[in-house]
Design a protein. Structure first.
Length: 35
């Protein structure tokens, strides 16, 4: 069970990082289009 919990926590952490990265990239692209 502990191994499963650790794997899930790592996956969630990775998903959050990728989501933040994608949001930053999309925001930057939108800003550049507006300018």
């Amino acid at each position: 069970m502990k191994k499963i919990l650790t794997l899930v926590s790592i996956l969630l952490f990775a998903i959050v990082l990728t989501a933040c990265g994608n949001n930053n990239k999309s925001n930057n692209s939108h800003d550049s289009k507006k300018q």
